[in-house]
Design a protein. Sequence first.
Lengths: 69, 69, 69, 69, 69, 69
Amino acid sequence: MPYVNIKITREGNVTAAQKASLIKGTTELLRDVLGKDPNTTMVVIDEVDLDNWGIGALPALEFRAQRQK
Amino acid sequence: MPYVNIKITREGNVTAAQKASLIKGTTELLRDVLGKDPNTTMVVIDEVDLDNWGIGALPALEFRAQRQK
Amino acid sequence: MPYVNIKITREGNVTAAQKASLIKGTTELLRDVLGKDPNTTMVVIDEVDLDNWGIGALPALEFRAQRQK
Amino acid sequence: MPYVNIKITREGNVTAAQKASLIKGTTELLRDVLGKDPNTTMVVIDEVDLDNWGIGALPALEFRAQRQK
Amino acid sequence: MPYVNIKITREGNVTAAQKASLIKGTTELLRDVLGKDPNTTMVVIDEVDLDNWGIGALPALEFRAQRQK
Amino acid sequence: MPYVNIKITREGNVTAAQKASLIKGTTELLRDVLGKDPNTTMVVIDEVDLDNWGIGALPALEFRAQRQK
C-alpha cells in the first residue's frame, strides 16, 4: 500500500497522458521491485511554480541560466 | 504540537465550512486520543487536481469508472 | 481517496491502540464531512524525535520549558 | 529537477539493491516521460512501521486480515 | 543533498525576490551548520490558501482574529 | 504560521545543537523575509538513511563516489 508523491516544476504543459504515464510507471515499478499491490498504491503529482523551486541556492530558472554559461 | 496534512482531490467545491470541520475534527481527535494541545496543532489541507491523483495504476477518474463496471 | 499524514513527537509511548484510534478517527471524519470512501483513505503517522521538532525558534522541549515560566 | 518521495511499509527486509532499483526506476521514468535531467532528480524512500499505516479505517495488518476473509 | 519544503499561507503577494531570499537563506544555513553542498540542496515553497490552513482548531483567519481580542 | 520540513541524510552524527541552529535559523529567516511570527512557526527535521536517498539515478553514496572520479 505505498504512497508516492512526485513534485515537478509547472512548465511546458504536462499533459494528462503524461501524468497517467507517471502514475502507471511508478505503480508498476513498486509491483515489480517489491511486489506491492497496485490497487492500494497511491500516486500524487504536485506541480510547483518555477519561482517556488530552488536548487544551488537559486530559483530554478536562474540555476539553469547559470549552468548554461 | 502535531502537524497534520490532509490531501484530497479538488472536486465538488469543498466549502470553507467543510474545511473548518476538517481542521476542528483532526485537532480535537489529537487532543482526545493523545492529549495534544490544540493551540500548537497545525492542519494543512491540499486540494489536488484529479489528473494529478492516481490509484490502482490509473488516474482517479479512470479508476472510479473501472470500479463501477 | 484522501491521504492524511499525521506528524507527532516521539514521546510517552504512543500505543498501537492509540494509533488505530487516530486512523479510524481521521478516516471517519473525511467520510462524514466530505463523503470520502474509507476503503481508499490512507493515513500515515510519523513519530519525530523531540530534538528534531522546533516551534517558536526553539527545540520542542525548550519551547515547553520556556512557556511554563 | 523533480523530487520524489516514496512511502512504503517497513516489512520483509527491503534490501539496498531493491531501494537502488526504486531510485533508478523513478528517475528514468521522469527522464523518459518528461525529459527531466537525472542529475537533478532526487528520490527519498520512507519506511513506515506497520502500526503507523492505515487504510480502510484500520491499521495495515488488520486491513489485510479482513480482506482475506 | 538536503531537501527543504517551506509551507506558508498565500497572502500579501510574496514576491519572486522574497522567495529567492528564502531559497538562498535556507541553502546557506544548511551549508553553514552542516556543511551541505548548495549544488545538491533543493528548496520547494508551497503557498497554501488561508481557508486551507488551520491552527488552534480554527482556520488561520479566525485564529488570528481570536488572538487579537 | 509557516511549516518547514528539512530532510537530510542520517550521517556524521548531527548534534542537538546543530538541529537547534537549523530550527532557529529557518524561523528567523521567515521572520526577517516575510514577517512571520516565530511563535507559530514549526520546523520538523527528518534524518533519512543513506540507502534511502537517491540522486542522479543512484543511491547517495554511489552518486558521491562517481562524482569524485
